[in-house]
Design a protein around this ligand. Structure first.
Ligand SMILES: [Zn+2]
Ligand SMILES: [Zn+2]
Length: 210
């Protein structure tokens, strides 16, 4: 085994400059920054579990790639990517408002303005706001209209434990235009600065007194 300094840049086989022809052929992509292995096929476009024979199992189970085309893939990964890949559920997340990752799905989603909650389910959003910010009151649309933003989200994984981050649109703008929704006035502070949401400050108290 040759000496290898761990790196998080395995987009190409170690010691090579060109894209990995095996990964290119199988429509896989090794992300150089976050060290995840992404399946680029249109019906996936998410990172896959890279351990053991799981990559070949994914190609067979999800895409019916015949054995002849998958043969030697675990050995290829072992031999050329000795630092391995992160599991999608454990990989670090890109910062908020990143440019969309070109090989991942982008979802229409929602971002709570009161905390760091992100979801692609409006039902989950209303449940979260009701429980966390409205003392259990029903989260009607008029009541929650000023408590969330329409955003674009991406995630490494496709499973139930997926974690999201916000991404910009193609023009680099944050936020997602939705018919009938009034564009938000001052932009929210950076997400990291919004963790002070549990102060118990109700939104109606912030309105000027008449
Ligand atoms: Zn796939
Ligand atoms: Zn919240």
């Amino acid at each position: 085994m040759r000496n290898h300094v761990p790196t998080n840049s395995p987009t190409t086989p170690e010691g090579h400059k060109d894209p990995d022809p095996v990964f290119t052929y199988l429509q896989l992509y090794a992300d150089p920054t976050y060290n995840v292995l992404i399946c680029r096929r249109p019906d996936c476009r998410h990172a896959i579990s890279p351990h053991g024979a799981q990559v070949t199992a994914h190609l067979w189970n999800k895409h019916s790639i015949p054995l002849a085309e998958r043969l030697g893939l675990p050995e290829h990964i072992r031999d050329h990517y000795s630092s391995g890949f992160r599991n999608p559920t454990e990989a670090a997340l890109p910062p908020s408002s990143s440019r969309p990752h070109p090989h991942l799905l982008t979802y229409d989603g929602f971002s709570c303005r009161k905390c760091v909650f992100l979801t692609i389910s409006f039902h989950e959003l209303t449940r979260h706001i009701s429980q966390s910010h409205l003392d259990g009151q029903t989260a009607t649309r008029p009541r929650i209209g000023l408590l969330y933003d329409d955003v674009y989200l991406q995630s490494w994984g496709g499973g139930p434990n997926r974690r999201y981050w916000t991404v910009t649109d193609a023009d680099g703008k944050t936020g997602r235009l939705v018919p009938g929704r009034v564009a938000k006035q001052p932009p929210p502070p950076p997400r990291d600065a919004r963790t002070t949401c549990f102060l118990g400050v109700r939104f109606d108290k912030e309105r000027p007194k008449r």
